[in-house]
Design a protein around this ligand. Structure first.
Ligand code: AMP
Ligand code: MG
Length: 394
């Protein structure tokens, strides 16, 4: 048995080495960048009007002239024009390049327009309402580094610098495998002694959130079937996440079968609740997380161990979070306790409220909680106001 800290350290020492693939920009969301992105031109590429109104030469305004005849219109998408006579103004639209000779934009809200004559009604400051060329980034400047997770904001940035395809780290080929003779598929009506599978769907969804899609399988608690099917899964998938069949039950064959198929056990059992029977192993081609079947255990172990392993392998990391325990809590067993908590932001502090009954119960609770507060095993009393690591899943 290893401690939670050992389990985490060991897992992060057994990363997988991703290759790089190119995906279309439209599929890049959620993936992790494997190239550096530089500005291909100044951002913005020209002095850009940020308001609809008129463009003037400020020096002219400062001489006391507050009334300008309209000399032309500068629309967005039109080449830059020239204000040759500063007694005039140009009408200008948001997104249009500032005409040469002009340096200040006054919005329509600050003007009255009579025929072709504009009167300025409000005070003006030099250079106002212009997004200056290169003020966001100069041509060649580094915009994004490798390891950056591509969110919708980065999709915009990639588009703006002309990336039709993007280099990202390739996810491992992944299989999610539930085990158990008591389980039936979601669309079936369970007999009184049966339950519907939920783990594989939760795991597939959680994995998809990291940008990795998996195939889902189910295996019976039958040693021969497990041997045959897991053998073929090991040939076809680099990452295998199993749920169930790793405890001390008479039909918990998963660890033995994995070892017999050449997956080296790196640890079995972690001093934690939930999730104590967790098993972790590797072969030259595969990484295998065999998680306990209890749905809360499976869920917690995925977020505490599998997700950091995957993200770190893909050269990025899970943000470290913490929260403040909002009520006293007691947990005497010598195990790290992952307490289900609801998080409330109170005056800028994340307060963690234990779920009813400490949340040790069923996964139906998970809808009411935001994450797990990690309470260390060397203590049994935890006090209001103490800060602990938080593994949040929202
Ligand atoms: P096991 O780890 O196989 O002993 O399973 C522990 C508990 O989790 C049992 O009550 C199982 O019925 C339940 N369980 C195992 N796998 C799943 C699953 N895929 N979906 C829902 N419950 C499961
Ligand atoms: Mg089972």
């Amino acid at each position: 048995m290893v401690s939670v800290a050992e389990a985490k350290r060991i897992i992060l020492e057994h990363l997988f080495n991703p290759s790089v693939e190119f995906v279309p920009l439209t599929s890049a969301h959620g993936r992790i960048l494997a190239e550096e992105i530089a500005a291909d031109r100044d951002l913005p590429p020209f002095h850009r009007a940020t308001m609809d109104g008129i463009a003037i030469a400020f020096d002219q305004y400062q001489t006391g002239q507050h009334r300008f005849a309209i000399g032309g219109v500068q629309a967005a998408g039109q080449p830059k024009q020239q204000l040759t006579d500063s007694a005039f103004c140009f009408e200008i639209m948001t997104g249009a390049p500032l005409p040469d000779g002009a340096d200040t934009v006054i919005p329509y809200e600050h003007l009255s327009i009579n025929e072709k004559l504009v009167t300025v009604l409000e005070a003006v400051s030099k250079g106002q309402n212009i997004h200056r060329q290169g003020s966001d980034a100069q041509k060649g400047a580094l915009l994004l580094s490798k390891g950056f997770r591509i969110s919708p904001a980065e999709v915009a940035l990639l588009a703006s610098v002309g990336k039709t395809t993007v280099a990202v780290y390739k996810n491992p080929t992944a299989a999610i495998v539930s085990t158990g003779d008591e389980l039936v598929d979601v669309g079936e009506t369970p007999l009184p002694h049966q339950i519907r599978k939920s783990n594989s769907y939760a795991l597939a969804a959680a994995l998809a959130e990291t940008g990795c899609n998996a195939r889902v399988f189910h295996l019976a608690d039958d040693k021969t079937e497990l041997e045959e099917k897991i053998k073929s899964l090991l040939e076809n998938y680099e990452l295998i996440i199993l749920s169930g069949g790793v405890s001390k039950g008479k039909f918990d064959f998963v660890p033995k079968v994995l070892e017999s198929l050449g997956v080296k056990k790196i640890f079995h059992q972690v001093s934690q609740r939930p999730g104590k029977p967790m098993w972790f192993g590797q072969s030259p081609r595969n990484t295998v997380f065999a998680l306990p079947g209890n749905p809360v255990s499976t869920f917690m172990c995925f977020h505490r161990y599998v997700k950091p392993w995957l993200l770190k392998s893909l050269r990025t990391e899970v943000l470290k979070e913490s929260a403040v325990l909002a009520t006293d809590f007691s947990f005497p067993p010598k195990l790290t306790y992952f307490l289900q908590v609801k998080i409330k932001n109170e005056s800028g502090q994340l307060m963690a409220y234990p779920a009813a009954g400490g949340g040790s119960g069923d996964f139906a609770n998970l809808k009411d909680v935001d994450g797990f507060l990690e309470l260390p095993l060397d203590r049994s009393e935890f006090n209001t106001g103490e800060t602990f690591p938080l593994i949040s899943f929202r």
